[in-house]
Design a protein around this ligand. Structure first.
Ligand code: AMP
Length: 552
């Protein structure tokens, strides 16, 4: 069996491996570590993030540098500030048993003289983003003229972001005889140019198939109409209560909109896009890493280099235009031996694109159907139950328990649970249409007609306002209740159809309801409220005829 020891790591690094709890080397580590330890050679490694590639170049670099000397011997260039900081943290954890080692991160958006001060103390390894590094070279704040090892990490991302010229420039300040190790998830033309131009007969290592998604990712898709995306996302959140993931949107506006809607509805979500300041981005990422945020809604550009382990899901809110983007997004889940799921929202006309992605990643993307809304609600309730059961007990509350028990004494257990459920699921719209077979049926019904059965002790009313006026049952209930100056529970059984709606009140309010709306005009349309007749069929035709008559 391959062990870190058999790969040739020294005792100090093995101790760090043990402390980190790494049991076995990953594929890239098995292939790369002995190679880099034994030979002085250039390397091109095709490996996705999450394969353990940082350790694959990190351990050999740490073993080879001379900690007795203070000059910069190793340089690691990475596309983003986030990745730069992550590599630095990882490298420091691998170096935890080494004495006299100094690893310094230099990146944009932070105080340059602070970074220069740290470098002055002597940094054997510098981890840098291209722009800031170039700037510091120009200002003579960093000296990379004697480096022996140079890593270009996520080379494809760096070139994607337009760093080609910067990298070319940086490399001219490094010695010719250094070892260059290039890591990239994919091998676009530009990366091979860099390899040809700046490397000497590099050794090539590939983990998995070129340009393919990692093996431990399940690929799924849902066929959705454009307007169903949000509801589908919410249904998925209901189905997978412990989902911790990233939703990729096409534009900044869409990203912000989805995040705002989710937060408004009580989900722990946040947007990450280019319009945020660096501080805002940092705050979002910190909360996400600490799992205070369950869902990160991001644009592709903003999410570059983001490296958060344990993502259970990656959701493609829209199908990406390029297969490479799909692979990049999906590669953020299923990392370090864990299994993840990539979910694609596709419209009917996206089928051809799906086949294209399947061909490239050589994996089938399996179509899924959402279960009925009741099934999703069942999951939510099960999650609610398990959350209650796993709530940590607070002993300070113990003295108040007897009184609370007494106060609830007359309620039997199932009534008590019903009350708690009603309180905690107040916001759930039981008529919400998910993108399920049932949902579709319901929608059809909604569009066509509704037969009325008025309850005996209550009055049921028709009102010519509906979903097309941007109302749902909650907002309509609020509107009717406040307009009539009634209490919260006085208006009930609110049902919103596309063109019209129904609501009930107690018989005693009948006159008030019928009189109150007499003169109300909304958006140039006379509001019609009338008592429904038992057994009568209401349909859009009825609505338009009525409307015309009243307008005249
Ligand atoms: P990377 O591909 O370098 O971004 O690594 C992804 C994650 O895997 C990091 O959090 C590493 O700490 C972790 N990791 C790297 N090597 C191993 C290993 N051999 N066993 C378990 N986890 C690892």
């Amino acid at each position: 069996m391959v062990t870190f020891k058999s790969l040739g790591l020294n005792a100090q690094l093995l101790k760090a491996v043990e402390k980190l709890g790494f049991e076995n080397p990953t594929e890239i580590q098995t292939k790369v570590i002995p190679l880099l330890l034994e030979q002085s050679k250039d390397l091109v490694a095709l490996a996705q993030t999450g394969t353990g590639k940082t350790a694959a170049f990190g351990f050999p670099m740490l073993q080879k540098i001379n900690t007795e000397q203070h000059n910069t011997q190793g340089l690691i260039i990475a596309p983003t500030r986030e990745l730069c900081l992550q590599i630095t943290t990882e490298m420091n954890s691998y170096a935890s048993e080494l004495k006299k080692i100094n690893i310094v991160a230099v990146y944009g958006g932070a105080n340059i003289s602070e970074q220069a001060k740290k470098l002055k103390r002597g940094a054997q390894i510098v981890v840098a983003t291209p722009g800031r590094l170039k700037d510091m070279i120009k200002r003579k704040m960093v000296n990379i003229s004697a480096i022996q090892y140079c890593v270009l990490d996520e080379a494809d991302e760096m070139l994607n972001m337009g760093f080609y010229e910067d990298i070319k420039d940086i490399l001219t300040h490094t010695p010719n005889d250094k070892d260059s190790w290039l890591f990239s998830a994919t091998m676009p033309h530009e990366v091979s140019i860099i390899a040809k131009k700046f490397m000497h007969q590099p050794h090539e290592v590939t983990v998995g198939t070129k340009n393919s998604g990692a093996k431990n990712i399940n690929h799924h898709y849902y066929t959705v109409a454009a307007r169903e995306r949000y509801q589908t996302l919410k249904a998925l959140l209901g189905l997978h209560s412990d989902l911790f993931g990233c939703v990729f949107c096409r534009t900044k506006i869409e990203t912000q909109k989805v995040a705002d809607r989710l937060t408004d509805e009580g989900y722990k979500a946040a947007a990450l896009h280019g319009d945020l300041s660096q501080n805002q981005r940092d705050a979002v990422m910190q909360s996400f890493r600490k799992k205070k945020i369950q869902l990160l809604i991001a644009t592709d550009v903003a999410a570059r280099g983001i490296d958060v382990d344990d993502l259970t899901h990656v959701i493609h809110y829209n199908i990406p235009d390029e297969v490479e983007i799909y692979t990049h997004r999906s590669g953020r889940t299923g990392r370090a031996g864990k299994t993840g799921t990539s979910i694609l929202f596709a419209t009917k006309s996206d089928q051809r694109k799906i086949r294209l992605i399947e061909n490239k990643i050589q994996t089938k993307i399996i179509e899924q159907q959402l279960p009925a809304p009741e099934e999703i609600l069942k999951h939510k309730v099960a999650h609610w139950v398990s959350q209650i059961k796993s709530t940590p007990l607070r002993s300070e509350l113990l003295p108040f328990v007897p009184d609370a028990v007494k106060g609830l004494e007359e309620l039997d257990k199932s009534l008590l649970v019903e009350l708690l459920l009603s309180r905690d699921f107040k916001e759930v719209d039981f008529r919400e249409n998910y993108n399920s077979a049932e949902g579709r049926k319901e929608k059809k019904y909604d569009r066509e007609e509704r037969v009325i059965n008025a309850p005996e002790d209550k009055d049921r009313f028709f009102i010519n306002i509906g979903a097309r006026d941007q109302y749902d049952w909650k907002t309509l209930k609020d509107f009717v209740r406040s307009y009539l100056n009634l209490d919260r529970d006085d208006v009930f059984q609110v049902e919103v159809m596309k063109n019209f709606s129904f609501f009930s009140t107690h018989k005693k309010h009948r006159k008030h309801v019928l009189n109150a709306f007499e003169d109300l005009v909304l958006d140039d349309r006379k509001v019609i409220v009338e008592e429904t007749k038992k057994g009568k069929t209401y349909s859009p035709k009825f609505f338009s005829k009525k409307n015309k008559k009243k307008r005249r």
